[in-house]
Design a protein around this ligand. Structure first.
Ligand SMILES: *Cc1c(COP(=O)(O)O)cnc(C)c1O
Length: 447
């Protein structure tokens, strides 16, 4: 509501003119009251840490509803949303077909704990769309998918060690809450209290895009390495692509040493292309994890791979993994509807054209000091004079103070970006070019 009124102002002539005119303090008193109470009820007032806006240093916004590209908060403010629930909302919020599918499913019962035809249909779509998946198991979150994928890789190879890259996030399972600062591979030390050294010691951490370090770890631990797990495009340290040859090297080393390659496509799956990053780059993973978009806004995760590997999973094989609500009919209905809709002709071309338009608009504001990149409906922008190819580079070069101050202004102008300098953003099919123009204009003002 507020942004629309503001952006109806006459075209901007010069930045000095517009800032005062656009910048009115948006009241967020109800959000503030709710957050105060929430902090007494839930740790940090939230059920997932990044929602608390801690890295910006302001109170989070409590959302009342959402529709299409917009969020509406408890105080009646409207925001153009580029978080998209952290990835799932590729069709925009409250998509009418997904809504109808969920309602129809709910009328037939919300959970049976028994097989359904819906699960077959959903599995058929996933197997059809993701190049390396011949068989799939549904779970309830990305974290669960990753936990199972790691267990599966260990069961299949009868080895213990996992290689992960710095800056990649794979959910909150113990074995992967590990990273190491330096570029040299080190035995992982736990990042979070509660993760034991014993658990962490089987996680080898290597700097993303560091081919030499990766080769060295394989030389040293060759026959102990069960798998490499990686985000094929990092979306959890901002948006960072693999450099030419890096994913190929991962594939080659895994082939050479009989280790498995796990692509964590929880974020990139159905997001950067219909078949995920593996389709984009033409590299086959042995195990793929999925989440976010696959559930159409409901809690769904999945992992899959070849028939041979997936046949290890119980009850076909000995690797145990289960779930009371896995394959839930509401979640399958939402996910299936979403997967059908993203197969529309030109869906990804149109989505990527919008994403490109947005990031090029942002880049043009200050080309020397803003780095942007994108794939499909996923993008990132860093306030940095140099290109970013790793989490380490991001930590070193990104102007976090500039990010914070810009972020607050953007929010006041009705633009809801991820509240951290190290998170990717998401464009949905519901965003219009008019929305994108507003955001570019707001970014100009904020900077
Ligand atoms: C979000 C994410 C996860 C965790 O998924 P949840 O559904 O939050 O448990 C794992 N891996 C990647 C790459 C992610 O982006």
């Amino acid at each position: 509501m507020i942004i629309n009124e503001r952006f109806k102002a006459p075209p901007l002539v010069g930045l000095s003119f517009c800032y005062d005119k656009f910048m009115q303090t948006i009241a967020r008193t109800r959000s503030q009251e709710l957050f105060k109470r929430a902090k007494e009820l839930m740790p940090g007032g939230v059920n997932s840490p990044v929602r608390a806006f801690k890295s910006i240093g302001i109170d989070p916004i409590f959302i009342k509803s959402a529709k299409g590209a917009y969020l509406f908060d408890e105080d009646g403010n409207k925001y153009i949303d580029f978080v998209g629930s952290w990835g799932p909302m590729i069709l925009g919020h409250a998509d009418p077909d997904i809504e109808a599918a969920i309602i129809a499913a709910a009328r037939s019962g919300t959970s049976f704990g028994a097989p359904t035809a819906l699960e077959n249909q959903m599995a058929e779509e996933v197997i059809k769309l993701v190049p390396s998946i011949e068989m799939v198991r549904f779970v309830n979150s990305g974290t669960e998918a990753v936990m199972a994928a790691i267990r599966l890789a260990r069961a299949f190879t009868k080895r213990d060690k996992i290689i992960k890259f710095t800056g990649c996030y794979h959910g909150h399972c113990d074995a992967l809450l590990v990273s190491a600062g330096s570029g040299v591979a080190t035995l992982g030390l736990p990042d979070s209290p509660g993760v034991t050294k014993e658990t962490a010691k089987d996680t080898l951490v290597v700097k993303f895009n560091d081919q030499e370090a990766l080769k060295k770890v394989f030389e040293k631990h060759s026959s102990e390495i069960a798998a490499i797990i990686t985000e094929p495009i990092i979306g959890n340290s901002g948006f960072i692509k693999a450099q030419n040859g890096f994913l190929e090297l991962c594939r080659e080393l895994c082939n050479e040493h009989q280790s498995l390659l796990i692509f964590d496509e929880v974020m990139t799956g159905f997001r950067v292309a219909l078949g995920g990053a593996q389709e984009l780059f033409g590299i086959k993973a042995d195990i793929t994890t999925l989440g976010k978009v696959i559930g159409g806004g409901l809690p769904v995760g999945a992992y899959g791979g070849s028939q041979e590997i997936m046949s290890m999973v119980a009850p076909a094989g000995p690797m145990y993994q289960a779930g009371t609500l896995s394959g839930n009919p509401l979640a399958m209905s939402a996910g299936l509807t979403c997967l059908k809709k993203i197969q529309a002709a030109n869906f990804y071309q149109e989505l990527e054209a919008k994403t490109k338009y947005l990031v090029e608009g942002i880049k043009a504001i200050d080309p020397a000091n803003i780095q942007v990149d994108y794939a499909g409906g996923m993008f990132g922008y860093f306030f940095s004079p140099s290109a970013i190819d790793s989490y380490e580079a991001a930590k070193e070069n990104v102007d976090i103070e500039k990010f914070k101050s810009t972020y607050k202004k953007l929010l006041d102008l009705g633009v809801y970006m991820a509240p951290s300098a190290f998170e990717a953003g998401f464009v949905s099919a519901a965003h219009s070019y008019e929305d994108l123009d507003k955001v570019i204009e707001a970014m100009k003002i904020s900077l």
